[in-house]
Structures are given as C-alpha cells and as structure tokens.
Design a protein around this ligand. Structure first.
Ligand code: CTP
Ligand code: CA
Length: 224
C-alpha cells in the first residue's frame, strides 16, 4: 500500500542531483580529490525516478553505473560542475547537492607531468567557487537541498550552512560514526530545515535515507 501511495509522489517534478567527488587537475597524470563514493547521490537519483520525477544527475567520477531513466551528465572538476548546474538551474524544481566539491584546486594546472626533483614540493591551492552558495543567492522558487559531512560540532555547522547558503533543507552526517558517511551502504543523518530545526534519523540504508529526503522534499513542494 505504502509503495502505491508513494509511487508518483514526485510526478511532473524536475530534479537536479549532483554526486561524487570532484577531481581537481594537477598535471596530465594527477589530481586532487576526496573520499566521496557517490553512493548517496546515486541512491537519490534512483529513488527520485522511482517516485516519478524527471531526474538529471550531474556526476563527478564514481565507480557506479548510471541509474536507469536518469539523464546523466559527467563532469570532473568543481568548475565544470558549476557550469553544468548553473546552465540548468532555472528549469528545475529541486536541486540536491550531494556531491563532495573540492574546496580548493591547484592554482596552476601543469601541461607536462611534474618530475620529482627536490625533497619538498609545495602545491599552491586556490578556493573553488561555492556552487551551492551561488544557487542560494540566485534562488527563485526552487527547493534547495545541501549536504554536510562533519567531524565535530555538527549542529552548529549545519545551522550556519542552512543560513549562509539559503537552503530549504540540509542533510548532515557525522562521518566519524561507524555506519555513516563515505563508502558504506548505510548512513546516519540529521535533517535540518530552513529554520535550523533538527530531525535526527536512525541508521538506515542510503536507499531509505534517499526516500526519506525525497518525501520531505515532496512536503516542501506542496507547501509552496
Ligand atoms: N558545496 C558546493 N561548492 C563548494 C563546496 C561545497 O556546492 N565549493 C556544497 C556541497 O555540495 C554540499 C554543501 O555545499 O551540499 C556543503 O558542503 P561542505 O563541504 O559541508 O561545506 P563547505 O561550505 O564547503 O564548508 P566546510 O568544508 O568548510 O565545512
Ligand atoms: Ca567543503
């Protein structure tokens, strides 16, 4: 019964999801990245399709196959992800930024392989654009959902991010807890609404977490 009533909960909605960890090029054979597996973002894309939404997935590299019935667009760096997202922002109802975007990129991309020479090597980094903050600044009536992986002071940082990025929902997890975060199939998250109110969820599969997030989004869409 539950499945029947939920099956078309997001019918007619255009949802943009980002996933994976961006790669920031150093030279032709090297890059900087992070521990994101893409599992949470891909689970969101699959569940959004199951709930009847039309889904675009903007994905940084992962080891995962493209979910069925999803318009998958592959990017590498934060700058590429930014262009792909901004291009589509005004045509969608919801953006879910599950991607782990590198905060910094190498100042210079070498066009030849860097050869080892000195005992120390300093790589200078510059800040990447904050894609989610930019979406928050330019928000019309989209529902904007962010993610945050923290190692301490989860509630404080989550509330700051909701406010500073103008979010409708933030999904936060403490990656130091076993069963939460990177490369595992479960997650333990707390949902923060736009007023910073916390709703902690129990440990569950990323698929179930995805469904809970999407049903929350459905609620937010119907309140608009
Ligand atoms: N994000 C983004 N662009 C960036 C950095 C982050 O769009 N350059 C998005 C992520 O996709 C995520 C949210 O912002 O949905 C929060 O990312 P997080 O790394 O937790 O927050 P930051 O603002 O980068 O702050 P910090 O890493 O210092 O905690
Ligand atoms: Ca960050």
């Amino acid at each position: 019964m539950e499945i029947m009533s939920h099956s078309q909960a997001l019918a007619g909605k255009e949802i943009l999801i980002t996933a994976g960890g961006t790669r920031e090029p150093i030279d032709p054979v090297r890059y900087l990245t992070n521990r994101s597996s893409g599992k949470m973002g891909y689970a969101l894309a699959e569940e959004a399709v199951a709930l009847g939404a039309s889904v675009t997935l903007i994905s940084a590299p992962t080891a995962l196959p493209a979910p069925r019935q999803v318009n998958a667009i592959y990017v590498e760096s934060a700058k590429e992800m930014r262009s792909a997202v901004l291009e589509r922002y005004n045509k969608v109802d919801v953006v879910i930024k599950a991607a782990a975007v590198a905060d910094y990129r190498p100042l210079k991309e070498y066009d030849r392989k860097i050869k080892k020479k000195d005992d120390r090597f300093i790589l200078e980094l510059v800040k990447n654009p904050d894609i989610l903050a930019e979406l928050g600044q330019n928000k019309k009536d989209q529902i904007l959902v962010g993610f945050a992986a923290e190692t301490d002071e989860l509630e404080k940082y989550a509330q700051e991010k909701v406010r500073s990025k103008n979010l409708d929902l933030l999904v936060a997890n403490d990656v130091t807890i076993p069963g939460a975060g990177f490369a595992v199939d479960t997650n333990i998250v707390t949902l923060f609404d736009k007023d910073g109110q916390a709703e902690p969820l129990a440990i569950m599969s990323k698929k179930e977490v995805a469904r809970r997030i999407l049903l929350k989004i459905k609620e937010l869409l119907s309140q608009r």
